[in-house]
Ligand binder design. Sequence first.
Ligand code: 5GP
Length: 193
Amino acid sequence: MNFLEERIIKDGLVKEGNVLKVDTFLNHQMDVELLDEIGREFYRRFSDLKITKVLTIEASGIAIAYSVARCFGVPMVFAKKAKSVNIDGEMYTAEVESFTHKNKNQVIVSKKVLSSDDKILIVDDFLANGCALQGLISIAEDAGATVEGIGIAIEKGFQYGGRSIRNLGYRLESLAIVESMDAETHTIVFREQ
Ligand code: 5GP
């Protein structure tokens, strides 16, 4: 088991509805040492790429994306949920259905911060059905930028997002892939990688 898998076993909580709670170290309280380690691990895995920007979606992707961007020494951009935002001028937009909140959000990125010269590493905390990633990919494509890679902290391998994104040909790396989890027995099984 790697460092993130060990932490999920120690502190993760399996909830009904295929939800894994990581609120004590990643999604609410954040373990900054762990975030540093996640940043370094993604840097190690993608260091062959010439990344110019790290892209994520608010809110829970932000800390991970910051840590990764710090390692690459590049800016980090997060897509904002449109209703709470105030960006002037033109923006790229995508509609994203939230797995955890079951609602749809318009997410936006200002045209000022992404361009066709950008080589993007997309980063997020979870991958479930892939809606968040599809939205970020479509924003990057609208900007004419290249999606060089995708880094996910926790992929739920029993949901279809990972398969569909890999089938599209993207280089997707997940630090932990949950093969199965059970809310009653509190068991979590990871995919061998
Ligand atoms: P997707 O768009 O791939 O269906 O879901 C990914 C998004 O939903 C992530 O950005 C994450 O915030 C949230 N999410 C999906 N599944 C889980 C989960 O099991 N636990 C938590 N905490 N967030 C999740």
